[in-house]
Design a protein around this ligand. Structure first.
Ligand code: PA5
Length: 432
């Protein structure tokens, strides 16, 4: 498998980051011996080695049953870590159009907002289609997915009857507790477990992501093997040899020593847009505590060069960029010949669109980094496939943990998110 590449030379240099080698090694050792803050949620670290083949087979089996029963749409209900990684993975590998031919089943997402319009339109969308529901919630008590699930469940039961509906509802939740766990048990839904030692935003390579991935036809075994191989490289304590730790230290230095307050992650492939959303949750919820952390922000280039480009080039010097490019596109296209040449584009004949995308990257790198003095970190992915997805997930999960520990915050809790939730329950007078 080709590896992920990292270039930090436009942000700092190795001599500078190596000042942190001992600190990184110490943090790493504490993580490895499960003595670090939040150590009960370090399960993601060894996940690719610990996945049970029986679980994989069960996911593939249920996905196959849905295919055989000609299910057209899988409604994935969840929010935050129970949603972003799923959409990230599907778009990353298959693109973000609803039903390209390679997809075994369409997937739509619900329960990721409280918009009545959005929910009503999605209910309407599946009304005359054969659909199944995968409801995902680790706590099993989150309001947004709980409301959406109630509505989709009613629609399904009204359409095919309560007894049949249970065969088309799959719950992914805690092993022992929560309302969803209870509901699934009482109604005999099929169940997948989110391990106790893996937090929501670290859960994409558990059944949270793997089951919907199997439903659309992705090869989840390849994804796990990509994660496993990459994990070998990111499980070493030496900063000199660990790219995930080098990335973590570089961004930490840019914050601590040079005062940057925001990291803008950028990709040149729209397919990667939701992966950037996943990354925002991963870094935002893991680091943003005790008045510390970088504001995670994202953009798709060259699209957003036509909206945010001006600010990045000449606006307040608050951010640095982390740019993700892809070596080999899923599909490439050659610029077609046009004998009239009224658009004057014939000078590009025989060049591919991907080549021109790369030129945009090089030109922007020079504009932002050399001329605009915006520090730049560059990550190159070999391809947009299952292995690469597994690998880049492990890269960032490892990096964010190191990064949060460098900030001396617990990477695995999110106490701030609870504030709005308990306010809502108080305002709605939820019975205790
Ligand atoms: O990272 C987290 O743990 C959170 O962002 C959760 O993913 C999110 O709040 C959804 O929670 P749950 O899966 O319990 O419904």
């Amino acid at each position: 498998m080709k590896k992920i590449k990292l270039d930090i030379s436009r942000a700092t240099d190795m001599t500078n980051i190596m000042k942190y080698a001992k600190k990184v090694q110490d943090i790493h050792n504490k993580m490895e011996s499960y003595e670090s803050l939040g150590n009960e949620f370090l399960g993601w670290k060894d996940l690719p080695n610990n996945i049970d083949i029986h679980d994989i087979k069960k996911m593939e089996l249920i996905a196959n049953q849905l295919h055989q029963n000609k299910i057209e749409v899988l409604v994935v209900i969840g929010i935050g870590g129970s949603y972003l990684g799923v959409k990230a993975g599907i778009d990353f590998i298959l693109g973000n159009l609803p039903t390209p031919q390679e997809r075994k089943m369409e997937v739509i997402f619900a329960g990721e907002s409280l918009s009545s319009t959005d929910l009503a339109q999605k209910l309407k969308y599946v009304e005359n289609k054969k659909f199944a529901i995968n409801v995902i919630s680790k706590s099993g008590t989150t309001t947004e997915p709980a409301i959406a699930f109630r509505m989709f469940k009613k629609l399904l039961e009204d359409t095919i009857g309560k007894n049949n509906a249970k065969d088309y509802i799959i719950a992914t939740t805690d092993a022992n507790k929560g309302s969803l766990f209870q509901l699934a048990n009482d109604n005999g839904y099929k169940k997948f477990v989110i391990p106790d030692n893996i937090g929501g935003r670290f859960s994409v390579l558990t059944p949270v992501g793997l089951f919907p991935f199997a439903c659309v036809g992705l090869n989840i075994k390849k994804m796990i093997s990509g994660a496993k191989l990459a994990n070998e490289d990111y499980s070493i304590g030496s900063l000199e040899d660990n790219l995930a730790y080098q990335y973590a230290v570089t961004r930490f230095l840019l914050w601590k020593e040079r005062g940057f307050v925001s990291e803008m992650i950028v990709a040149y492939e729209p397919n990667v847009n939701f992966f950037l959303e996943w990354w925002k949750q991963l870094f935002g919820e893991s680091e943003g505590k005790l008045n510390k952390g970088l504001l995670p922000h994202s953009a798709i280039f060259s699209t957003d060069l036509h909206s945010l480009g001006q600010f990045i080039q000449e606006g307040s010097k608050v951010l640095f960029e982390t740019v993700i490019t892809v070596k080999k596109p899923i599909i490439d296209l050659e610029i077609v010949d046009d004998k009239d040449n009224l658009d004057n584009l014939n000078y590009l004949i025989n060049r591919s669109v991907h080549e021109i995308n790369n030129v945009a990257f090089q030109a922007t790198l020079d504009a932002h980094s050399s001329i605009g003095q915006v520090p730049n970190i560059h990550i190159e992915l070999p391809e947009l496939n299952e292995e690469s997805f597994g690998a880049i997930v492990m890269f960032f999960e490892r990096a964010v943990s190191m990064s949060a520990y460098l900030l001396e915050v617990n990477p695995f809790n999110q106490p701030g998110v609870e504030v709005y939730k308990s306010n809502m329950f108080r305002i709605m007078k939820k019975p205790s």
